[in-house]
Design a protein around this ligand. Structure first.
Ligand SMILES: Cc1cc2nc3c(=O)[nH]c(=O)nc-3n(C[C@H](O)[C@H](O)[C@H](O)COP(=O)(O)OP(=O)(O)OC[C@H]3O[C@@H](n4cnc5c(N)ncnc54)[C@H](O)[C@@H]3O)c2cc1C
Ligand SMILES: NC(=O)C1=CN([C@@H]2O[C@H](COP(=O)(O)OP(=O)(O)OC[C@H]3O[C@@H](n4cnc5c(N)ncnc54)[C@H](OP(=O)(O)O)[C@@H]3O)[C@@H](O)[C@H]2O)C=CC1
Length: 488
């Protein structure tokens, strides 16, 4: 039927940061062209107060807003629908409600879905969008104990936020928060794991995320949350305690079981921890066996084990090259291997010759940067030109907050890929700051800055300029030294 067929020069799928940035950039680069955004969610994410604080560091606020507001503001046409398939040869996207959308250039920004530990148990939850947080909060409400699996961003934020509930934090590694920080920084954080939650004792300049709660009720297949998603949320179990976190190091999940499955597996007498109230023998609703053979009962399990790119509707019948992590491979123009199809954000895998000090992490800033880069390249393509890769892809930079400390990560902050060929400089003031610099051949290639160090811009410049620090390195982290003086 005619009214079910759409055509737009540019079609973008996804109302998260990557998709909205891509659509907005297209609308401003090519105001004469029609831009159509298809999104499954009834809200979209809009960036506000964007500020480039240095050459690659940036801050911005993000707001969820109804898509009608985006249409009004930017002239983008929005179609709220779920894409069910793509016929790339015919250049048509099909939606589950029967709409056919023809494009000249398509950008896929469908984000990711939480990777779940095996078992498919209803009390194992993943956290991605507003709905999943609500589901988690509802379940946590009655919980005495929760098991958190994973050692990345979500787990590290959750263990700090959850109160009134025992937390068993099961991690694969020797140290906490290992996706983001090294063992030294983990040691710095450890005393804060079970301390009283602080009111923000510092002003952290980082991205902010606000949700207009009453409008979120039916957010379906929603976009990923972002910075501050947990702060200010009620993350409380039934107990009167504050923090009660037990870390189980170097373990993975072997099995998730119901009480019946546990009994069948004959595991019931292997650990004293099987019953909720010792001798009362009250069962827990879910049990997790770890690879150290211990079995823990719990009210709830959170699988915070990363994301899988959400490629499902796009792959069948098309010839996409897919990376090992499941993402659509893109080149430096954010182009996939399929003609006229681009991808950006969590769904894609950066597969160009990466700069030495940049790598992909599925983060908010990178989703914005990739969405913008994709749009510039799509616009350039219809003009028969090309757009250069933005400087933000020269140096990895991330600003976040863990245990109420500002955390800035620059370049190869964990000496990734350097083997043993690096030198470390360290300055630690317990409870206040942790500064680690990674030097390779006398040059700064990475840094972790925890606390209010105010050094990020200087370190970013040193990394970008490849400055030889050999003559100054012994003084680089001396307190009170103004690093800029070395170069005058
Ligand atoms: C709990 C949590 C906390 C986080 N905290 C931080 C943080 O502190 N800092 C940070 O940098 N990053 C953080 N991240 C990561 C960050 O949020 C993501 O990397 C980023 O938002 C990804 O953006 P995106 O646009 O690629 O995908 P998404 O935000 O997931 O958006 C995908 C969009 O595609 C739509 N969609 C999906 N499938 C279809 C379909 N078939 N048809 C139509 N539309 C579809 C969805 O509805 C959605 O609108 C966090 C993530 C989570 C889950
Ligand atoms: N403050 C921030 O910047 C935040 C960022 N985020 C982002 O949101 C997304 C989702 O967060 P999250 O789920 O925490 O993902 P992350 O990628 O941050 O961390 C996943 C963690 O789970 C571990 N893991 C993977 N598979 C298993 C398994 N089978 N058993 C046990 N552990 C496993 C990973 O270890 P390994 O790496 O060894 O595989 C890693 O430690 C990520 O892109 C993250 O970067 C989320 C919250 C806060």
């Amino acid at each position: 039927m005619a009214h079910d067929v759409y055509h737009a020069r540019f079609v973008v799928v996804g109302g998260g940061i990557a998709g909205v940035t891509c659509a907005e950039t297209l609308a401003s680069e090519c105001p004469e062209e029609k831009v159509l955004l298809i999104t499954a969610s009834n809200l979209v994410k809009a960036i506000k107060n964007y500020e480039q604080t240095s050459r690659v560091l940036e801050t911005f606020d993000v707001e969820e807003q109804p898509w009608s507001q985006l249409e009004f503001k930017s002239g983008i046409q929005v179609l709220q629908a779920t894409v069910s398939s793509l016929a790339a040869q015919e250049k048509v996207v099909y939606t589950s409600c029967g709409k056919h959308v023809h494009y000249d250039k398509l950008c896929i920004c469908s984000g990711g879905v939480p990777k779940m530990v095996p078992g498919n148990h209803p009390l194992v939850v993943g956290i991605r969008d507003t709905e999943s947080v609500k589901d988690f909060q509802n379940k946590l409400d009655h919980a005495e104990r929760v098991i958190i699996i994973g050692n990345g961003g979500i787990a590290t934020e959750l263990v700090y936020e959850i109160e009134g509930c025992e937390v068993i934090w099961a991690i694969k590694d020797k140290s906490i928060a290992s996706t983001f920080v090294d063992e030294g920084a983990a040691q710095f954080f450890l005393p804060h794991l079970n301390s009283e939650k602080q009111q923000a004792h510092q002003i952290v300049k980082r991205q902010k995320f606000s949700i207009d709660r009453c409008k979120c009720a039916s957010s379906l297949n929603g976009f990923a949350l972002g910075p501050d998603w947990a702060a200010g949320q009620c993350m409380k179990g039934v107990k009167q305690t504050s923090h009660h976190v037990f870390v189980k190091y170097e373990v993975e999940v072997s099995m998730v079981m119901s009480p019946e499955e546990l009994a069948k597996a004959g595991l019931s007498c292997q650990t004293p921890d099987l019953f909720r109230k010792g001798n009362n023998k009250e069962e827990w609703p879910v049990y997790v066996q770890l690879t150290n053979n211990c079995v823990y009962g719990s009210d709830l399990v959170v699988s915070a084990t990363g994301v899988t790119p959400n490629t499902l509707p796009f792959l069948p019948g098309n010839n996409f090259e897919v990376a090992e992590d499941g993402g659509l491979k893109v080149n430096e123009n954010m182009m996939t291997s399929v003609p006229d199809v681009y991808a950006a954000g969590d769904v894609c895998s950066a597969s160009w010759q990466l700069a030495d000090l940049w790598f992909q992490m599925r983060l908010w800033t990178q989703a914005r940067q990739m969405g913008c880069q994709a749009a510039r390249c799509m616009a350039a393509d219809i003009r028969g030109t090309t757009a250069p890769l933005d400087i933000c892809f020269d140096l990895f930079a991330h600003v976040t907050k863990f245990f109420n400390f500002k955390v800035v990560l620059i370049g190869l902050f964990k000496a990734q890929g350097l083997g043993n060929d690096y030198e470390l400089l360290l300055r630690v003031t317990k409870g206040e700051e942790y500064i680690k610099v990674v030097l390779h051949e006398g040059r700064l290639v990475g840094a972790i800055l925890i606390g209010e160090t105010d050094m990020e811009e200087t370190f970013e410049n040193l990394a970008l300029n490849r400055t030889d620090l050999t003559p100054f390195k012994d003084h680089l982290l001396e307190p009170g030294i103004d690093i800029d003086d070395f170069f005058d």
